[in-house]
Design a protein around this ligand. Structure first.
Ligand SMILES: [Zn+2]
Length: 494
C-alpha cells in the first residue's frame, strides 16, 4: 500500500498547468472563446455585441440546426430546447469590418461547456440525478450487485433517455458547430477571403483518439496486464484510472508495471462510493487525499466515479487534466453534457471530454455487442476534427463477447491511424499538445504567416475559406508527402 509521501514524483510544475489567458470559464470577452478555439490572430475574430443582452437566459437558434443557451439581444429565449426556438441568425449584422452579434459567443459557449443549461444550474426540466434510494442502491453497491440487477436499476433510471432532445445523441458538437457558423458568417462578409489559424492536432492529423480504462474491481485490476497485451497488439497505448481507496489494494509494483510498459496511470475518484460531489466540505477533504494519490501514482489526469461532476469545485484538484465530462450524458447517472468534442480549459485544468458511449452502456443498457454505434460516433466526431475518447473497463472485458467487440474497435482505430486519419495518443500527450497549442501565436512575417512558440515544429497553419456556401479548411503542408492526404477538409455546414 501507499505511504503518505510519494517515493518519487515527475509531476510537472504548477506554472506549466496554469491556464492560458482567455481560457478561463469566467472570461466572457466576446471573441475570447473563438480565438482560443482557432488560435487565429486577434484581428480576424472581428465580433462585437449588437445591443443590450436580456436579463433572462434560455434556448435560441443560430441558423436552422444549432441550439444555443444563454442571453441574447433579439427575439425570445425558450425554457426548453424542444419546441419553437427563435433564430438569431437574421439579426447578425455585417458592418464592413466584422460582425455585430445579438449574443456573446464566449458566454454562449461557456454555458454549454460548463453545463449551465442543466437543471443543476437553472432549475429547469427534469432533475438529472437518480432518486437517492436508487442512487444508493446502484452506485454504493454497484461492484457487489450482479450485472443483471444493475442493468435493471439503470434501465429504470434511464427510462425515456432517447426522448431527450438536447444535447443531441449520440454526438453533440454544438460548441464546434457554433464556432464554424461564426467563421462562415465572418467569411461571408467578404472583408477577408480566408482566415488563418493553427490546426487542431499535431502534424496536421485530422482527428485524435484516446483509449482509457477505468479499473472498478479487484478482478478488473487483475485483468489489466492482459488488457495491456490486447492494446499492445494494436499498438494502442492507453491510460488506466485507478481507484485509490476501498475498492481493491493498489501496490507500488502494480502502478510501476503500468508505467513501465508505456501506459499511463490516472486517479479514478477516491473510493468510488458515488459521493464525491454533493457536499463542498467533504469534497475538499477528499480532494486533498486524491491529490496525494496523484503524486504517489505520478498521475496527471483524473476521472470521477460514474462521471459525477461539479466543475466549479475542480479548482481543488491538483491535476493537469480531467476526463469526467461527457459531451452528451444521456446514458450517465448525471445527465447533461458539455456539447463539445474538443478539449477546453476549466481554470487550470484541461478538460478532455468523454465523447464516445461507455462500454458498459453499449453492452448492458443498449444491449449491443457490435461496434456500429462507436463507428457512427467516430465518423461524427472526425467530421468536427474532434477528440475520440473511449472508456472501456477491464472488468467487463473479461467476458468473451465484450472482449471480441473491443478487439474490433481496436482494429478499426488502428486502420484509421494507418490511413493517416487519426492520431492515437495517451491522454497526457493530448494534454501536452493542447497546452502548447494554446500558447502558440500566428504572426505575419515577410514570407507570410508563421507559428511562434514552443512546439511550433509540430503545428500546422490552416486556412478557412468558403467554397460556394461551404466552409473549407486547408492545411499549409509542412512537406509535400503528407499534403495529398491531409490537404483539405470540406465542411457541409452552410
Ligand atoms: Zn468507475
Amino acid at each position: 500500500m501507499w505511504a503518505e509521501t510519494p517515493a518519487r514524483t515527475i509531476r510537472k510544475p504548477r506554472d506549466y498547468m496554469s491556464a492560458p489567458p482567455g481560457s478561463n470559464p469566467t472570461n466572457n470577452q466576446v471573441d475570447a472563446a473563438f480565438r482560443d478555439y482557432y488560435r487565429c490572430p486577434e484581428a480576424f475574430a472581428a465580433f462585437t455585441s449588437a445591443g443590450k443582452l436580456s436579463e433572462d437566459r434560455g434556448y435560441f437558434r443560430l441558423g436552422p440546426d444549432i441550439i444555443c443557451y444563454g442571453r441574447s439581444s433579439s427575439g425570445f429565449r425558450a425554457e426548453r430546447a424542444a419546441g419553437e426556438l427563435y433564430d438569431v441568425e437574421k439579426d447578425v449584422v455585417a458592418d464592413g469590418s466584422g460582425l455585430r452579434l445579438p449574443f456573446n459567443p464566449s458566454e454562449i459557449i461557456a454555458n454549454l461547456r460548463y453545463e449551465r443549461y442543466t437543471p443543476n444550474s437553472n432549475g429547469r426540466e427534469k432533475a438529472p440525478m437518480p432518486t437517492s434510494i436508487l442512487r444508493k442502491a446502484y452506485y454504493l453497491a454497484r461492484p457487489l450487485l450482479p450485472v443483471s440487477v444493475r442493468k435493471h436499476l439503470q434501465r429504470i433510471h434511464l427510462h425515456g433517455w432517447n426522448n431527450i432532445s438536447f444535447p443531441r445523441w449520440p454526438v453533440d458538437a454544438s460548441v464546434e458547430r457554433t464556432f464554424e457558423k461564426l467563421l462562415t458568417l465572418l467569411l461571408r462578409t467578404q472583408s477577408m477571403n480566408r482566415i488563418p489559424f493553427i490546426w487542431f492536432w499535431p502534424h496536421g492529423y485530422p482527428s485524435c483518439a484516446i483509449m482509457t480504462h477505468d479499473v472498478e474491481t479487484a478482478r478488473g485490476r487483475d485483468f489489466c496486464h492482459q488488457l495491456m497485451d490486447l492494446d499492445d497488439a494494436y499498438s494502442v497505448k492507453s491510460s488506466f484510472q485507478i481507484v485509490p481507496e476501498r475498492r481493491y489494494s493498489v501496490s507500488e509494483s502494480f502502478i510501476n508495471a503500468i508505467w513501465d510498459r508505456g501506459f499511463e496511470v490516472n486517479v479514478h475518484d477516491l473510493n468510488h462510493d458515488g459521493h464525491l460531489v454533493g457536499d463542498r466540505r467533504r469534497f475538499r477533504q477528499r480532494a486533498k487525499r486524491i491529490n496525494q494519490y496523484a503524486r504517489a501514482y505520478r498521475a496527471a489526469g483524473f476521472r470521477s466515479a460514474a462521471l459525477y461532476r461539479t466543475l466549479d469545485w475542480w479548482e481543488d484538484l491538483d491535476f493537469a487534466y480531467d476526463m469526467s465530462v461527457p459531451s452528451v450524458g444521456h446514458l450517465e447517472a448525471q445527465q447533461g453534457g458539455c456539447c463539445s468534442v474538443t478539449p477546453f480549459f476549466v481554470g487550470h485544468i484541461l478538460e478532455l471530454p468523454v465523447t464516445a458511449v461507455q462500454d458498459y452502456s453499449l453492452f448492458y443498457i443498449l444491449r449491443q455487442f457490435s461496434i456500429d454505434l462507436w463507428v457512427k460516433q467516430i465518423d461524427a466526431i472526425s467530421e468536427q476534427h474532434g477528440l475520440l475518447s473511449f472508456i472501456v473497463h477491464p472488468d467487463y472485458l473479461i467476458h468473451r463477447q465484450a472482449q471480441d467487440t473491443y478487439i474490433r474497435l481496436l482494429a478499426h482505430l488502428a486502420r484509421l491511424r494507418e490511413e493517416g486519419r487519426i492520431w492515437i495518443a495517451l491522454p497526457q500527450q493530448v494534454n501536452d499538445w493542447w497546452r502548447l497549442r494554446a500558447r502558440m501565436r500566428l504572426v505575419y512575417t515577410r514570407t507570410g504567416w508563421a507559428i511562434e512558440g514552443e512546439g511550433q515544429e509540430r503545428a500546422r497553419i490552416a486556412y478557412a475559406s468558403l467554397k460556394g456556401d461551404r466552409l473549407v479548411y486547408s492545411l499549409e503542408p509542412a512537406c509535400q508527402a503528407r499534403a495529398d492526404t491531409l490537404n483539405e477538409f470540406a465542411k457541409s455546414l452552410s
